[in-house]
Structures are given as C-alpha cells and as structure tokens.
Design a protein around this ligand. Sequence first.
Ligand SMILES: Cc1ncc(C[n+]2csc(CCOP(=O)(O)OP(=O)(O)O)c2C)c(N)n1
Ligand code: SF4
Length: 298
Amino acid sequence: MATDMAAPRQMVLADLKGKVDPDWCPGCGDFGVLAAVQKALVDLQIPNHRVCTISGIGCSSNFPGFINTYGMHTLHGRSLPVATGVKLANHELTVLVTGGDGDGFGIGVGHFVHAMRRNVDLLYIVMDNQIYGLTTGQTSPTSRLGMKTKSMPFGNIETPINPITLALSSGATFVARGFSGEQKHLTELIKQGIQHKGFSFLDVFSPCVTYNHDNTYQWFRPRVKKLEDDAAYDATDWAAAVERSLLWGEEIPIGKFFERTDVPALHAAEPVLNAGPLVEGITRIPPDVVQSFIDELT
Ligand SMILES: Cc1ncc(C[n+]2csc(CCOP(=O)(O)OP(=O)(O)O)c2C)c(N)n1
Ligand code: SF4
C-alpha cells in the first residue's frame, strides 16, 4: 500500500551531541564513557526523545548536560531514586543513570542496594575513578588501601568497597565492568546493559588524570583481561561471577560477569502498570478536569 509518510530518519552521532561541551580535564576517562554511550544509542537506533539520562553530583555526574537526551542533574547520591520514579512514570523510556564512585558507593550506596533488589529496569553506569574528582581529590569508597590523597595524606586506612561483589550480592540481574580505554568493548557492554530487562550495573574504570596518579590508563592497560576471551567462563553462573569479582591485582577482569533474565523488572511486576505507562494515563484525563485543575491553581 502506498503511503506518503516519510520513513523515520536514521539517528546519527551528531543528534546526541549536547548543547554544552564537556568541561572535563583533557584526558579524563569520562570522555570515553560519553562517546561509548552515544555510539551505543546510535547502534541500537534508540531515538533521543525516548532516552532520559539522570545523574547525581560530581565531574561524572555532569554527563546529562553533555548529551542530547532528556535528562536530570539531581542531588549527590540521589540519582537512583529519581530514576526509579522516572521509569515507573514512563516505563517505555530508556533510562540511563550516570555518576561517580563517591556518588554511587558513598552517599548513595543505600539507594544502590535497594534499586538492585527491586530490579528497576535501567542502566547504571558508574565512572569509577577511585577518587572524588569534583571536590579536588579526596579518598572515595573505591580508593585502594594505602593510597595517598588530599584527605588521607598518610595513606588510605579504609578497606575499599568491591562494587561488583556488592552488586552480585544485592540481586542485580546484569553486572559488568568496562574500561574507558577499551571503547569497542565498553560500547558493547552498554548496548547489552540497555537491552537487558532489569537492573544493569556497569562499573567503568574511568581514570581521573588530575587527582588519581595511581590508577592511570598505563596502570590498567596491562592488567585488564576480558571475561569474553575466556571460552570457559559462564556468565549465568552466579558463584563463578562472585569468584571472578574478587580478582584484583596483576589481573583484573572486565566484561560481563553475570546476567539472569528470569526476574521480572519492577514495573513489570506492578499490576497497575499493565494498562500502559502512567504518563499516557495522565493524557487520558478529560479536558474539563484538566481545566478545573488549572482554574484551581491560577
Ligand atoms: C549532600 C552533598 N554532600 C557532599 C557534596 C560534595 N560533593 C560534590 S561531588 C562529591 C564527590 C565527587 O566524587 P564522585 O562522585 O566519585 O564523582 P567524580 O567527581 O569523581 O566524577 C562530593 C563529596 C555535595 N555536593 N552534596
Ligand atoms: S578532576 Fe578528574 S574526574 Fe574531574 S574532570 Fe578532571 S580528570 Fe575528570
């Protein structure tokens, strides 16, 4: 049948360029994460008006300003509760959450655990530079023992959090780790995380070139080993994932640690959302009722 409707235009990288250019330091790992997210959205052809990018506070949390999607720059450590609300209000949106290790594993760690056990359908990307960047170089929850920082000049005395083990034990249904120095690999992980129906956690080694002189690109490059290169590795085996998550040192695994697809996402488990996204319900309110609300407020 002939139709005069034009075919939807292919989305290209330029469509995702934000109105503001990133103000990250030259060489910051976060540039690589931004590029990989943009490439993943183009590869998946998800139109930018169907994406919402939400962050907390930090250098990495400035991310939503640098990409042309819907977005919210919220409070330090509070991106996940806001993102949960966004997803429940419109579960047809692709929800991306971005932030730092301080934001997600420090002040926001309670929200991190609860969002995982609830299996909220979103991709949470932590740009893990093992330091507080925005506040100029204090110890973070992933700083290594003994690391000297502005806040611990004699060396870190606190045992770091292991984000991968924490995610696995909190019920995350997709758990992966990337490196911003491995762009193609990172892009593939982002695509898989977006497509997964449930909570996808992606920890990304994203070096802070200004304040972390220990965990640099040069430090990571010889150490990172892709799980995908090990044919015997089975990412559906939770116990094997926990075992690999504990590796740190001369060999540090990156890639998909774990995925399970048998747990319903939060919105899918909520019967009230079966009729469709809540936002569409709102548009079904009769115009006279909408007018009465407006009259009441004006
Ligand atoms: C409630 C609250 N506490 C503390 C701060 C100060 N603060 C802003 S960003 C930040 C940490 C930044 O580190 P991280 O989240 O790892 O992000 P990065 O800057 O390294 O990307 C802190 C402590 C704040 N903005 N709000
Ligand atoms: S201070 Fe560190 S994390 Fe922040 S923009 Fe600079 S290099 Fe990136």
